[in-house]
Design a protein around this ligand. Structure first.
Ligand SMILES: [Ca+2]
Length: 382
């Protein structure tokens, strides 16, 4: 027995030696970036292809984690003539899930109660991947949503600074999931919002993963891995406006989850009072970031095909490609750095009227690797 123990001890030491971590190597990532460390409260800390969980709520507790979320109590109707009064009393926690129960009960002038939560000033970000596992409520008049609003209204009040509806559902149209963006140029007030819709099986009886992958100029939404919506900024189709009129999604957004009743979307076929109470359940929210320090290894391609837009003093160009995405472009005038642009369009301001400039553009990725400068484009400021 003792011999066996010693044998195991030797084996253990040998294995232990082999597992000794290797010596640190020279950093190969520019700008001293270090790999991301997953947040400890995420059940799935990494996903394939370099995604690391940076924020999550698995809803394992007995109450809402107020370090992560806010309740939005009140009866103002969300700007959509919704008929619920939101109160925190309609949110409960069961079996590791957040449950919002909409009830047919009078409160403060409204005939229904429900809940709405958000992460404003507690979590916000841009260019992330979000997964929300949720089960929809049932009944005509219900309108659950998982969506995002801008943290700061950098480009003005709604819809100028944008809205991302990762998913919406109206209970009168069984199993039909919607995914939509609203911007200054594309919004439902003008009837120009850009949306996608598809029927998925059993959304009221099964948990589905509602997902968004958000990259510069490009947002894709999924339901259980099936692509539902794709929103791409194409400057050639938006020559008349600054990019943020069409695609203001280069700023930080926060997350909202709510179960509205009635209103301009959920209530178009009325509200079936007998359908209440009804529940929206959320199993988890997980937010991932691309671990650029590990996954980004190549430089972006050189911007090309610089052109004048219809909008005065505005240029656009073919987007550069990169192994992990272009974060921004550097604009040079007569060889001198002038400013950055987050997407492949820029409106130049404050230059000398009737003076010509040699414009060169350089793409920069998320670790700071740069492309070559583009061919110079001669531009006259007006
Ligand atoms: Ca790169």
């Amino acid at each position: 027995m003792k011999k066996l123990f010693i044998l195991f001890l030797i084996l253990f030491i040998l294995i232990g030696c082999e597992e000794k971590p290797s010596e640190p190597t020279e950093p190969t990532v520019p700008n001293g970036l270090i790999p991301l460390i997953p947040t400890s409260d995420c059940a799935v800390p990494t996903l394939e292809d370099g995604w690391v969980c940076i924020w999550a709520d698995e809803f394992e507790g007995e109450e809402l984690d107020m370090t992560k979320w806010n309740y939005e109590d009140g009866g103002y109707g969300g700007g959509n003539q919704e008929i619920q009064y939101y109160t925190r009393n309609n949110t409960t926690f069961e079996d590791g899930k957040l449950v919002i129960t909409a009830k047919n009960e009078y409160m403060m002038g409204k005939n229904y109660t429900s809940s709405r939560i958000n992460t404003r000033f507690k979590w916000s970000d841009r260019y992330v991947r979000i997964q929300v596992s949720a089960k929809m409520p049932s009944g005509r008049g219900t309108w659950p949503a998982i969506w995002m609003l801008p943290l700061m209204n950098t480009y003005g009040n709604w819809p100028h600074s944008g809205e991302i509806d990762i998913m919406e559902y109206a209970g009168y149209d069984l199993n039909r999931i919607h995914s939509t963006i609203h911007t200054r140029k594309f919004n439902h007030n003008l009837g120009t919002q850009i949306g996608y819709t598809r029927v998925y099986p059993n959304v009221e009886t099964e948990f589905k993963v509602y997902e968004m992958i958000w990259a510069p100029g490009h947002i894709i939404t999924y339901v259980d891995g099936d692509k539902l919506g794709e929103f791409l900024y194409v400057p050639g189709l938006n020559r008349d406006v600054p990019y943020h009129h069409a695609h203001p999604f280069d700023q930080e957004f926060y997350l909202l989850i709510n179960l509205a009743i009635g209103g301009t979307f959920g209530g178009v076929q009325g509200v079936d009072a007998s359908a209440f109470p009804t529940r929206m359940e959320v199993d988890y929210v997980r937010v991932y970031r691309q671990d650029y320090a590990v996954t980004d290894v190549t430089n972006p391609t050189t911007p090309s095909n610089i052109q004048l837009a219809q909008l005065a003093n505005t240029l656009f160009w073919n987007r550069s490609t990169d192994d992990r995405g272009v974060e921004k472009y550097a604009i040079y005038l007569d060889g001198v750095f002038h400013r950055y642009a987050n997407l492949n369009q820029v409106t130049l301001t404050g230059l000398q009227s009737n003076q010509s400039y040699q414009v060169e553009i350089q793409a920069i990725d998320f670790v700071g690797r740069v492309s070559s400068k583009s061919q110079a484009f001669t531009f006259t400021f007006t």
